[in-house]
Design a protein around this ligand. Structure first.
Ligand SMILES: *Cc1c(COP(=O)(O)O)cnc(C)c1O
Length: 390
């Protein structure tokens, strides 16, 4: 049973490896606190669950859904873009429903990449970008996200021959794992680069509703020319604590959206309609639940950053996302520091090198654990790690 080459070179998903370490520590009796995975700990808001329950009883929803999403769902995404970003989208042509944005991020590579083609991916970055590219038989060219550049890629250092072979570019702001944000000037540069080399921009905006301190992310699609060159991925997952429900979307350039829909209609059959109806209730209903979620994450962010700074770090407050991305102390690699923290404190942090070579020297803390557990994790780190040098 020889596996196909494309899956032989597939690494185990980052968190699958971390899960093994957690299991081993738990087997030794350690009360492990995981600050590893970015999966909201709080429940989906009540009115969304109630809508699902209601719609689950409707036999019309028990049949195959429409492949590209119910008209009501696509219209609700379009209404959200109008309300939040003042961006007009034709729900019929410029919106496609996804079974979580991860699904579309992986499938977009199939739409545009032939063997020998290149996709530009951020490093560090969400692993799905480069995995999708690899499954399509193409190559990823890693764009370093460096702290001195605000974790934004520098398009000027991409060699012209690489840019000429590139068909897709993945961007992600607010950024996982760095917590960095991008502004209109940056997106304009990306659009000019994409136009010059005929590249499709795939902007992953999974964290566009998780922001703090008066900052509010803009949409890539707000920037002039964006719809000519790209699409934006969005998701119910982080905004409404719905990671388990699998509901997301891609919006933007009609030709790209149509191509993504064509692939999907051949490999999957869409999102359960009751879930789509519940998502509509989330998108069109009161957004107070989202404001409450932001307040919870803001408080946790403050605990983590103030706590780490008291141990010797010198971190600025992040303006968005559910992540904190500190450097490891002097004398450690990402992996050796993560191992030390698990061994001494029983706390799981994600080693930064899991997100790409440029993540080496960093680790990621996720704010998606109950606040009292987060505080306990910080207490244990302070008590057990001893004097750290920076
Ligand atoms: C969580 C996350 C997503 C969302 O994935 P879904 O499939 O919609 O649950 C997308 N991109 C990034 C960078 C993420 O961290």
């Amino acid at each position: 049973m020889e596996e196909a080459k494309r899956i032989q070179s597939l690494p185990p998903y980052l968190f699958a490896r971390i899960d093994e370490k957690i299991t081993a520590a738990k087997a030794k009796g350690v009360d492990v606190i995981s600050l590893g995975i970015g999966d909201p700990d709080r429940p989906t808001p009540e009115h969304i669950i109630r809508k699902l329950a209601e719609e689950a009883y409707n036999p019309a929803n028990h049949r195959y859904p429409s492949y590209v999403g119910m008209p009501e769902y696509r219209q609700a995404v379009s209404d959200y873009y109008q309300r939040r970003f003042n961006v007009e989208l034709d729900g019929k042509k410029e919106v496609v429903a996804l079974i979580g944005s991860k699904e579309g991020i992986a499938h977009i590579a199939w739409c545009y990449l032939n063997p020998g083609d290149i996709a530009l991916v951020p490093d560090p970055g969400y692993p799905v970008y480069s995995v999708g590219v690899m499954l399509a038989g193409a190559e990823s060219y890693r764009m370093p996200l460096l702290e001195e550049n605000g974790f934004l890629p520098d398009f000027d250092i991409i060699p012209a021959d690489v840019a000429a072979r590139a068909k897709l570019m993945f961007l992600n702001y607010p950024n996982n794992p760095t917590g960095a944000t991008a502004d209109a000037a940056f997106y304009s540069k990306a659009i000019a680069f994409a136009k010059k080399y005929d590249i499709i921009i795939c902007h992953d905006a999974a964290y566009q509703e998780i922001y703090f301190d008066g900052y509010k992310p803009i949409s890539f699609l707000e920037v002039e020319g964006a719809k000519d060159v790209g699409i934006e991925f969005g998701s119910m997952s982080k905004t409404y604590n719905m990671t388990g429900w699998r509901a997301g979307w891609a919006v933007g350039n009609a030709r790209v959206i149509e191509a993504l829909g064509r692939i999907k209609s051949n490999v999957d059959s869409g999102i359960f309609q009751a879930v789509q109806a519940a998502a509509v209730a989330g998108l069109l209903g009161s957004q107070d639940c989202v404001a409450e979620m932001r307040a919870v994450y803001r408080e946790r962010r403050d605990f983590v950053i103030d706590g780490l700074n008291a141990m010797g770090w010198n971190l600025k407050k992040t303006l968005a996302t559910i992540y904190v991305w500190p450097r490891v102390p002097a004398g450690f690699t990402s992996s050796s520091f993560a191992e030390l923290v698990l061994e001494k404190a029983g706390v799981v942090i994600t080693p930064g090198n899991g997100y790409g070579e440029c993540g080496e020297g960093y680790f990621r803390i996720s704010l998606t654990v109950p606040t009292e557990r987060l505080l306990e994790a910080l207490d244990r780190m302070r008590a057990s790690l001893g004097r750290l040098k920076f």
